[in-house]
Unconditional design. Structure first.
Length: 151
């Protein structure tokens, strides 16, 4: 195992299946498990994980794991907090403008997810309520994030 460029590594299967060789002469493909890998409990083969993703088997997962979109928002919010704390000591106007835009984009993302919930709520009401609650919590946390420092 070694570091690899995700763009090239994730596109390698399509290039290889077409009979071509990737520019960097990759002989393998990159697998990007994503942040939810932390919630798998146990050791699983790639086939088992793929079967789980496509609903063929149910692997043991942490029952309190957030939805992948919620986890992504949590990671972005954590990043924003770190960047804001840096800005407090630096007082960099350009960085403040960037952070304000970042914060507004997060609000737009949360609002977008909240709208999606209304579309899918009919099919999976119990799961959607959990996501709705998590989105509300993230939105509140983002609103409390010292807006005077980035406005």
């Amino acid at each position: 195992m070694e570091k690899d460029c995700l763009c090239e590594g994730l596109s390698a299967p399509a290039i290889l299946s077409g009979g071509e060789m990737p520019r960097r002469n990759l002989k393998a493909v990159t697998i990007c498990p994503g942040p939810n890998l932390a919630y798998f409990k146990g050791v699983f083969s790639l086939k088992e994980m793929v079967d789980h993703i496509y609903g063929k088997v149910a692997l043991k997962l942490d029952p309190e794991r957030p939805h992948v979109f919620i986890k992504e928002l949590q990671l972005y919010l954590q990043h924003l907090k770190i960047e804001i704390s840096k800005t407090i000591t630096e007082n960099n106007k350009k960085q403040e403008v960037y952070l304000d835009k970042f914060r507004k984009n997060l609000f737009e993302g949360i609002n977008y997810y909240q709208e999606l919930i209304t579309v899918f709520a009919i099919d999976a009401a119990s799961g959607m309520e959990k996501i709705r609650h998590q989105l509300d919590g993230l939105k509140m946390e983002l609103q409390e994030l010292t807006p005077d420092l980035i406005n």
